[in-house]
Design a binder for this molecule. Structure first.
Ligand SMILES: Nc1ncnc2c1ncn2[C@@H]1O[C@H](COP(=O)(O)OP(=O)(O)O)[C@@H](O)[C@H]1O
Ligand SMILES: [Mg+2]
Length: 444
């Protein structure tokens, strides 16, 4: 993409309505525009990051054996009356009446709809285990939408639902989700810590929330600092292996880590040596639940067992806040000049800055860098505006591409361009060919 042909409405002033850095940067860097309270348009650059996050989530869910599908945003109220949640959900649910007077709602989540699909088509234990998921817009009429996409009213969420014959099988599904979530967040350059949480309106005894530590987080968290040294890394996990997935769960949840809802001071003090006790804030970027037969019993989602009897299936639901993740990643990765995207989610792989637009050698070098990077399957953003170098650097720093290649007549006279890391600020001169190889290697 060439900047002169792109749509990148960067703001000069800091928007006054934004209280936290990620919201300010998302507005300033032209990622989103508020449409109404808690509802946003995703401008081209923001949309690109949203899609990259979505792709990671899809890839990791599919790797775990979970099956993608798509359910609608609007749902019939009748299904929610069956589960009893139509009244329970309260004012967060956006209720709509269609022209025939039918009660509809904009789905805040999909347990009812998926259970209805399941009971229509599945009736035998032979079709289990089954985990279906989708990534779809949700609506929750939050009293106080704030912090931009972090607490929106309309937001994009991955929600997955497992159906199993027994509690043991359903807990294996729970563990698979935990493993796949750890992998997903790490690919996004994030450390998200599983913490024991509270079931809330979805219900359930087994539930963990995944929290990204950040001062601006809405949840108060209590944890053993040894947890922050743990990382999942690049290990291969066999998702069909019950003991392997269980071992990961134990490794990542045995240390004390809880949100304020489940925090217990006595246990905290007993289990964690004083110098490792931390009280901090975190952003919830996902949650997994096992809730047993709560919905399957209420809605008659049963299967025939090997001995011919009928039992309600064991279920769980598992969510990732896809749109919230943009805010969380920026909270975790920025400096006073702007965003610093991790390579895993960056909207463009690198920027190309032409220091002297109109200079024959500089223009030609930029064009050939652009063509060579594109030929390697990479997406560069070429700042080909006739702007001062300072303004071009400021834009690149604000939008946060992790790598920048700077091209100017003086360097070219010596046969070099400059490769700069957004994160460290370090620059290195090298030939254009070497710069291309380096970028290709980084993303290989
Ligand atoms: N209002 C919101 N705006 C943006 N993301 C949200 C919002 N509510 C929930 N999410 C995201 O969706 C994920 C799954 O939702 P869920 O656990 O049902 O939400 P909650 O914990 O708020 O009840 C959350 O972990 C969070 O990342
Ligand atoms: Mg939650």
């Amino acid at each position: 993409m060439r900047l002169t042909r792109y749509f990148l409405p960067v703001l000069k002033e800091t928007p006054s309505e934004a209280q936290i850095v990620s919201h300010r940067l998302m507005l300033r860097a032209g990622l989103i525009k508020q449409a109404s309270a808690g509802i946003y348009s995703w401008l081209p650059l923001g949309y690109k990051v949203l899609k990259r996050i979505e792709t990671i989530v899809h890839e990791e869910q599919i790797r775990a054996g979970h099956i993608p599908m798509l359910m609608p945003t609007l749902q019939s109220a009748d299904l929610w009356r069956e589960s009893g949640r139509y009244d329970d959900y309260g004012q967060e649910m956006l209720r709509i009446t269609d022209r025939h007077g039918r009660d509809m709602l904009y789905g805040p989540t999909n347990e009812e709809l998926i259970t209805d699909i399941f009971r229509t088509h599945v009736s035998s234990y032979k079709d289990l285990p089954l985990t279906l998921y989708h990534i779809q817009w949700k609506f929750r009429d939050e009293v106080r939408p704030r912090f931009g996409v972090m607490r929106g009213r309309e937001f994009y969420m991955k929600d997955g639902y497992n159906f199993d014959l027994t509690k043991e099988d359903a807990l294996h599904a729970y563990n698979r989700h935990l493993v796949s979530y750890l992998r997903s967040y790490e690919r996004m350059g994030l450390q998200a810590i599983p913490m024991r949480a509270d079931g809330g309106p979805i219900g359930g005894d087994y539930t963990h929330e995944f929290l990204v530590l950040a001062e601006t987080g809405e949840s108060e968290v209590f944890y053993d600092s040894a947890i922050t040294d743990q990382s999942f890394g690049d290990r291969a996990v066999d998702y069909d292996s019950v003991p392997e997935c269980q071992a990961v769960l134990e490794e990542f949840t045995s240390r004390y880590a809880r949100t304020d809802e489940t925090h217990d001071e006595a246990t905290f003090n007993e289990q964690v040596p004083e110098e490792r006790r931390r009280v901090a804030r975190g952003i919830e970027v996902g949650q997994i639940f096992y809730f047993g037969t709560k919905y399957s019993e209420a809605m008659g989602a049963t299967v025939v067992t090997p001995d011919g009897s009928r039992v309600p299936v064991h279920m769980g639901s598992h969510g990732i806040g896809v749109s919230r993740l943009l805010g969380a990643i920026i909270e975790a990765s920025h400096d006073d000049r702007g965003i610093i995207w991790p390579e895993g989610v960056t909207p463009f792989h690198c920027g190309i800055v032409n220091l002297k637009q109109g200079d024959e050698a500089a223009d030609a070098a930029c064009e050939s860098l652009y063509a060579a990077l594109t030929a390697k399957g990479l997406e560069p953003l070429y700042d080909d505006r006739s702007e001062r170098a300072g303004a071009k650097f400021a834009t690149m720093d604000l939008i946060g591409l992790p790598w920048r290649i700077t091209v100017g007549p003086r360097g070219l006279a010596k046969g070099v361009v400059e490769l700069t890391s957004r994160r460290t600020g370090e620059s290195e001169d090298m030939s254009p060919e070497v710069a291309i190889d380096r970028i290709a290697q980084i993303y290989a």
